[in-house]
Design a protein around this ligand. Structure first.
Ligand code: AMP
Length: 300
């Protein structure tokens, strides 16, 4: 496995794969790898000739007062995990100097408008601009055939999918299901910051989403009624402070009003952000009408 810090070296590697007609799958991450990241790498491994992982805590997607400095970093363990998964190249990325992800004097930004508006948009101004920009940079460096993202970060996933299409980037963006702990808590690098009490309460978030899914599967279609079930369930969960809980069109993230979810082409998504102590968690459930594919991975 090659480990490089310099974007030029990563680009050279990617060009040599292209010359050898080998497909490249890219998995962008911020490190502190867990089973959610691993599932993306495994999917890339199955679908591509070569797999590149990036481990870069992207400063431009953190707002003032957010956890950039405290974000977990464990490069040795991450590299070991990548080796075990059969990754071909890891770009660790640097924030400054020659070969940095952001060139000296950087001043070019990518902004996805409507999809960045709702949900995390208002509470994390500039976050999606940072995400869209760094992913564009990584796509430019690697020009991968496919790139893998988790539906755990639902808004981010839809935004990157849209951006790749809008900018004709020629990258097949694959969205993969959320990997969870046995008790339902969505895997996240930030889970390690939960106190034992908060960790014990955290699965209540997912249980509340599952209650909504069950009602949906039982035939309930009204966004308002479904959301009410969520609020009823989460109210009984201790320690969880909901920042937002919204039911949106699963593709456009627009407010569906009272349109029954079955009338939306991909159904709806109930997306939630909540604080447990000082840790902010997000989760969601995609309420798809039956017959739509599980994920893009279901149609390789
Ligand atoms: P991050 O390192 O948090 O930036 O995440 C890197 C990629 O892993 C993103 O595409 C995330 O959506 C994805 N990811 C994070 N957690 C999970 C999870 N629990 N299940 C599936 N994918 C995930």
């Amino acid at each position: 496995m090659k480990v490089v810090e310099d974007v030029e070296k990563a680009a050279r590697w990617a060009r040599s794969m292209e010359a050898a007609r080998l497909s490249v799958g890219l998995v962008p991450t911020m490190g502190a790898l867990h089973a959610g990241h691993r599932s993306l790498v495994e999917q890339a491994r199955r679908q591509c000739d070569r797999v590149a992982v990036t481990i870069f805590v992207n400063p431009t997607q953190f707002g003032p007062g957010e956890d950039l400095d405290a974000y977990p970093r464990d490069l040795d363990a991450d590299l070991q995990a990548c080796r075990e998964l059969g990754v071909d190249l890891v770009l660790t990325g640097k924030t400054s100097g020659v070969g940095a992800i952001y060139a000296e004097g950087f001043q070019t930004w990518v902004e996805v408008t409507d999809l960045a508006g709702p949900l995390c948009g208002p509470t994390r101004p500039g976050h999606f601009r940072g995400v869209a920009t760094v992913v564009t940079l990584l796509f430019s460096i690697f020009r991968p055939h496919r790139a893998y993202f988790g539906l755990k970060d639902y808004q981010q996933a839809r935004l990157i999918e849209r951006m790749a299409r809008d900018l004709h980037l020629g990258v097949d963006v694959r969205l993969e299901p959320t990997v969870r702990e046995p008790d339902g808590l969505a895997m996240s690098s930030r889970n390690r910051y939960l106190s034992p009490e908060d960790r014990a309460a955290a699965p209540g978030l997912y249980r509340s989403l599952v209650a909504v899914e069950e009602a949906f599967r039982g035939g309930l279609q009204s966004p308002g009624d479904l959301l009410e079930i969520f609020h009823r369930e989460i109210a009984a969960v201790p320690r969880v402070e909901v920042q937002y809980a919204e039911l949106r069109d699963a593709l456009t993230l627009e407010d569906p009003g009272e349109t029954p979810l079955g009338q939306l082409p991909e159904g709806g998504v109930l997306a939630v952000a909540a604080h447990l102590g000082s840790t902010r968690l997000i989760d969601n459930i995609w309420l798809r009408p039956r017959g739509t594919a599980e994920s893009s991975a279901a149609n390789p």
